[in-house]
Design a protein around this ligand. Structure first.
Ligand SMILES: Cc1cc2nc3c(=O)[nH]c(=O)nc-3n(C[C@H](O)[C@H](O)[C@H](O)COP(=O)(O)O)c2cc1C
Length: 186
């Protein structure tokens, strides 16, 4: 059975999680843009960092999957927003749903991981995006600040690292069970 951990990562947080997940499962690991044919794998774990709700590389990667039949698919997002907050998880989930076909979304099991940020390392484009976002968010009335917005305000300009490899354990358990979700007729 061919199994792989695929990742999309700009600054290395999702890559770190992906490499640890590969170590814990024994799966191979590969950047999303180096995958030749995703269809050859029976078990696929995708680990992608969140940028404005988008999961880096995920849409492109799964658009090449011809069928989900008999596949085990786990998708893990890596973001600053705290996955212990259900509102964050709902937002992430609806974003992921928009970026995938119905078939892939139904078959995939979603996990949310917490990453980190180092403002001193951000690209000019990302620094600008965060400055604009911060400028808007800091003036919002308190009741309009979502958990995601609050997390961004609290960590703005800083270096924070919430990476926790133990949070990979439910993904490892799911992948090791290796039970493909039944394929519904489309
Ligand atoms: C421009 C920008 C947009 C971001 N958007 C989100 C977001 O929508 N949700 C979230 O939880 N985190 C967001 N983040 C935080 C990143 O997801 C977080 O820093 C992650 O750990 C980066 O992963 P990487 O190091 O693998 O690139 C954003 C960060 C930047 C710089």
């Amino acid at each position: 059975m061919a199994s792989i951990v695929i990742y999309g990562s700009q600054y290395g947080t999702a890559k770190k999680y992906a490499e640890e997940l590969a170590r814990k499962t024994g799966f191979a690991v590969c950047r999303y843009d180096a995958i030749v044919d995703i269809n050859e794998f029976d078990a696929i774990a995708y680990v992608g960092s969140l940028y404005a709700g988008g999961v880096m590389g995920m849409k492109k990667t799964f658009s090449r999957l011809a069928s989900c039949k008999d596949k085990t698919i786990a998708i893990a997002t890596v973001g600053l927003a705290d996955p212990a907050d259900q509102e964050n998880v709902r937002n992430i989930q609806s974003g992921v749903e928009r970026q995938l076909s119905k078939d892939v979304f139904r078959h995939a099991r979603l996990f949310c991981l917490r990453g980190g940020i180092d403002y001193s390392k951000l690209s000019f484009k990302h620094k600008t995006m965060m400055r604009l976002l911060h400028g808007k968010a800091k003036n919002l009335p308190e009741e309009q600040k979502t958990a995601e917005v609050r997390a961004m305000l609290e960590t703005y300009g800083e270096r924070v690292d919430f990476v926790d490899f133990d949070s990979l354990d439910p993904i490892v358990a799911y992948l090791q069970a290796m039970e493909p979700i039944a394929c519904e007729p489309s």
